[in-house]
Design a protein around this ligand. Sequence first.
Ligand code: AHR
Length: 669
Amino acid sequence: MPARSRPRLSALALLAALPALALAQPLTLTVDASAPGKAISPDLVGIFFEDLNYAADGGLYAELVQNRSFEYSAVEQAAWGPLTNWDFVKRGGGAGDLWIDTSGPVHPNNPHSALIQITNAGEGVGLANSGFDGIAVKAGEKYEFSAFARLLNVGGRRDSRPAGKLPLIVRLESKDGAVIAETGVEASSPAEWRKLTATLTAGQTVADARLVVLAKAPGLIALDELSIFPQNTFKGRKNGLRADLAQTIADLKPKFMRFPGGCLAHGDGIPDMYRWKDTVGPVEQRKQLPNIWRYHQSMGLGYFEYFQFCEDIGAKPLPVVPAGVTCQNSTRTRGTGQQCLPLEDMPAYVQEVLDLIEYANGPATSTWGAKRAAAGHPAPFGLRHIGVGNEDHITDGFEQRFKMIHDAVRAKHPEIVVIGTVGPAPDGPDFTRGWKFADAERVAMVDEHYYKAPQWFWENLSRYDSYDRAKPHVYLGEYAAHDVKRRSTLRAALAEAACLTSLERNADVVRFASYAPLLAKRGHTQWTPDLIYFNNTEVFPTLSYEIQKLFGNNSGDHWIESRLAPAAGAGLPTDLAYSSVRDSATGDVILKIVNGAASARPLRLDLRGFPRLPAQATRIVLAHADADVANEDGRPPAASPQSASITVTSAFDYEAPAHSLTLFRIASR
Ligand code: AHR
């Protein structure tokens, strides 16, 4: 073809074609295992647990009875009260009355109980509870019933005996009244609180059963703390956790777990501040609180259970205590903003924080270590980190109180790393002042938070490259990519994956990172997106969960030099991220590549300094052509990690699919 007649690209057409051309040419990604690299945090990927979205009661905490101790109140929701979720049941000619009584509580922290007068037992008079959207039971499985009962009178007449016995029937019933499980217990005088227990075996699988407790003779009886637990809790723990949800969390292989929040930690006004001592000891004696997210905290899942769960899943415990100030957005403070504990109360509060360290780590002979031992764990829990404050407004009041706590912990427990807070955003006045203060006080680590659009994550991948390594370390305590309508899309998950590659590269300064929030119950969600959705019988992990799981299960403790060389004439892409780490325990090198582009990207992988090549490798790919897909809607997953065994050589071509994370785990010993 003569030169003149050749079709020519116009300048505009050429510009339009450039991205596609750049994508078509292979980039070379070199991983150099012989370069020094650097030691990085072996604990980078962990979890953030907050009792938000019914994550605890009605969620991870396996208790099946809702409002078991009659402590719901209108402070939580206007229509709520002690009898919320309870029905007064009179069967087959039964007659009587029901009151809420506060005259003789099981414990001062648990003031309300149900007082039932049975004038005519008929086929039974008592209470029914429909759990959290129903009680889900499985055929053949066992359920532990317990309740506190105080029998005040037997016979139901004025002259009847104050002493004696009152038989009670305990049932799990379907909505239409069919009996799924039944057993009997007996309340007996004298009139003091006694714990009744029984085991029920479900005859059917039902998603929405109710607990029914019926007195079978006339009398006057007080009941409190009515409870049904599956015997099959996670690791079989008493007062334990829902097995399937806990296992989904354990599968992330989190290196640490932060608890109990979030905003929940500093609370909705001073009376609502989360005080760890109120959450340990017998469950019926724990002090319950309105949840800042507008529901109720039974505190059945308290500090002991958090520590135990951490141990059970191999995660370091990372409790966050209030810094002596409340949430600046508390609504119960009626717009007064942050409230501070009075200074005269601070010495006792500081002691409370020191006591927490003793509770976790002290010998079983120490005051607080003995309480841990009494709860069933004589060995220490190995606490090494404690967060002080959450997203607090950095004010004079905050700084004064934080310093009191920080100085006391540092003086008495130099082995504990205190993590400070730098406000709710990755920049702005609280961030700037928080950092300045933490730096001046030589705080070991600070807690950064960001919830931003996926694109923000891609644009900020170099955020930590320039952080001063001599300043406090960073805990990225809360982060999530918020896509349009706050859906858990693949686009968001890949932005988080890209962020994680940058965190791995900077894990000499960023020591911990946790996606937030962790759990959300369908129909009871105050915040989206979340990592794991669930209802009473099913668990729906998101694509963000798959990313956290891939990083959690393929972490390293040494960063390996890797670099990208652009194709001839092209710049470096802004939608490609990568990192490589070595896991010293196995010797494996793990290379992660995130392609945020809508087209496949050809790459030339150049592996240098590996002691043994060709080598066996596992390649895992999470990809979908449509970045809008999401997984947690109950339908079969749109995208899931695909794993293959391959052999890698010192140089090979790989085409990273559109919208993908690819992970190579290369045996290198
Ligand atoms: O993760 C949800 C909330 O986001 C946390 O409670 C709070 O710390 C942040 O604002």
